[in-house]
Design a protein around this ligand. Structure first.
Ligand SMILES: Nc1ncnc2c1ncn2[C@@H]1O[C@H](COP(=O)(O)OP(=O)(O)O)[C@@H](O)[C@H]1O
Ligand SMILES: O=P(O)(O)OC[C@H]1O[C@](O)(CO)[C@@H](O)[C@@H]1O
Ligand SMILES: [Mg+2]
Length: 459
């Protein structure tokens, strides 16, 4: 509890993405019905085509079945707005909740009683605003009469702002269905995200607010930014990804202008390789810390040209490969810290001159997985006390194996120029849901990292 108490003294800014997550819990029969509707052959053929966007229902079914077969956390953009009707006719969504890294992290940190949580999202419809928790430490920046003020997000909504609904399909290990003559059993629990990507949703800071970013930077101890995966290569009004990424770079520099506030970027799946490359090359060099999952590090390495290593990580998720990939990424992008969360383990890698010791880095990961375990058990973390629930969740059954493999990897790879720590995850057998657990891990790890830096006078 000690470390969390330290972290709670911090103030954090988070932007940009929020949405409504409409969650469906998949059962074998639901998947079977979908496959039968389109025919196993057609689904298989489309799986081979591997569509990177969802334009029609079969694209969705193919990518969903692929995700279920591998058990990997994946997200695919939905670009055809009309498909919402098809989704509505095929699935009942009984759970609707806050989605998007910025929204999830804001609610989490506010509920954990952080000193101050400032959240900014460019689209704040009333329904979206009401998904923020009712906490006095949660604030949304508003410019009034040329001055920066703060309101609770519920008081800051704008009538007429667009609302973004993502469809989340939660799947569980063991779920079984047939694809023609093949029986598929889902190997790991996780989520498949259908991310709405429409023209009206843009990732940016409104011009009036932008000039106050240095002031916001002065008021916080750290910033957690995400949502860049929502940028589109081109828009019908002539704007493009280069435009939005240039603005995104300015935002980071403005936040850091008056004080070198530490910035964490939470990475998320970007199907389009060109866009993925742009986000990596434009933004990674400007931030201090990056977090991502195993599918994402594989995709990032692929975009950087390491396709064999990428394939190995995606297929086998071996520790040695992840450490190697982490070394490459932290060197090429000159990151201060890189955090990778996977189903069985979480890793932190820094350069050897990082002010924190390996034990300290490890303790921030311990806290992170405990927070995630608490959220997986409860569905939501509503107060600092909920953290305790996570402490009674055991480490996953491969915990000892993870440690062994990590020691082996350290012996084989040159790691002297780095600090590398790995911990096994605390894995909840029957999670209420899994979407957002990675965001929980990253928010926990990064804020503890900041808290320890601060204690050492390094912040
Ligand atoms: N049942 C579970 N109990 C505890 N932690 C889990 C469970 N399932 C997944 N996790 C953790 O959550 C992480 C998911 O992160 P990620 O794929 O980034 O999800 P999201 O982007 O939806 O937050 C996994 O890497 C794992 O560490
Ligand atoms: O890429 P998008 O559409 O912003 O969505 C991000 C998705 O990732 C999550 O934030 C989980 O990490 C979901 O809540 C959300 O649906
Ligand atoms: Mg994630």
């Amino acid at each position: 509890m000690g470390l969390l108490d330290e972290a709670r003294k911090l103030s954090v800014y988070t932007a940009y993405n929020t949405n409504v997550d409409a969650i469906t819990f998949l059962k074998g029969e639901i998947v079977q019905r979908l496959i039968d509707e389109f025919g196993a052959e057609a689904v298989r053929k489309r799986m081979d085509d591997y569509p990177r966007e969802i334009n029609e229902p079969l694209d969705f079914v193919a990518r969903l079945v692929h995700a279920l077969k591998t058990g990997k956390p994946m997200a695919v953009p939905l670009v055809n707005e009309e498909l919402h009707t098809w989704f509505d006719s095929h699935f009942k969504y009984d759970v609707e909740r806050m989605g998007g890294q910025a929204g999830i992290i804001a609610n989490l940190l506010a509920n954990l009683d952080f000193r101050r949580v400032m959240v900014y999202t460019p689209h704040l419809a009333r329904k979206q605003a009401e998904m923020f928790v009712d906490r006095p430490n949660l604030a949304y920046p508003v410019v009034e009469d040329g001055r920066l003020t703060f309101k609770h997000p519920r008081e800051a909504y704008r009538e007429g702002d667009p609302i973004k609904v993502n469809r989340i399909f939660e799947f569980r290990a063991g779920t079984t269905f047939r694809l023609g003559d093949e029986t598929i059993q889902v190997p790991f629990s996780g989520r498949f995200i259908v991310s709405a990507r429409f023209e009206s949703i843009r990732i940016y800071t409104e011009p009036e607010l932008k000039r106050f970013l240095p002031e916001i930077g002065l008021q916080v101890d750290g910033a957690i930014l995400s949502g860049y995966q929502g940028i589109k290569l081109r828009y019908s009004d002539g704007k493009d990804a280069n435009h939005y990424l240039r603005e995104a770079k300015k935002d980071i520099l403005l936040l850091k202008r008056e004080r070198d506030v530490k910035v964490h970027l939470e990475f998320a799946s970007i199907q389009n390789r060109e866009l993925r490359k742009k986000v990596i090359y434009n933004l990674f060099p400007l931030v201090d810390s990056v977090g991502m999952d195993e599918a994402e590090i594989a995709h990032v390495l692929n975009a950087l040209g390491y396709s064999k290593l990428s394939d190995r990580i995606f297929t086998y998720n071996r520790i040695e490969d992840t450490v190697l990939g982490g070394k490459i990424l932290i060197d090429e992008m000159n990151l201060e810290v890189l955090q990778i969360h996977t189903i069985y383990y979480i890793m932190y890698i820094t350069h050897a001159d990082n002010p924190l010791s390996e034990d300290e880095l490890r303790s921030s990961l311990e806290l992170a997985t405990t927070l995630a375990a608490a959220r997986a058990s409860l569905g939501e973390i509503r107060s600092p006390e909920d953290f305790k629930v996570g402490t009674s969740v055991p480490y996953n059954e491969r915990g000892e194996y993870v440690k062994l493999r990590f020691e082996e990897a350290k012996r084989r790879l040159r790691t002297r120029e780095y600090k590398v720590v790995i911990i096994p995850t605390r894995l909840v057998k029957n999670p209420v849901s899994t979407v957002g657990l990675g965001d929980t891990i990253s928010a926990g790890a990064f804020t503890c990292y900041l808290a320890m830096l601060r204690k050492k006078g390094e912040l």
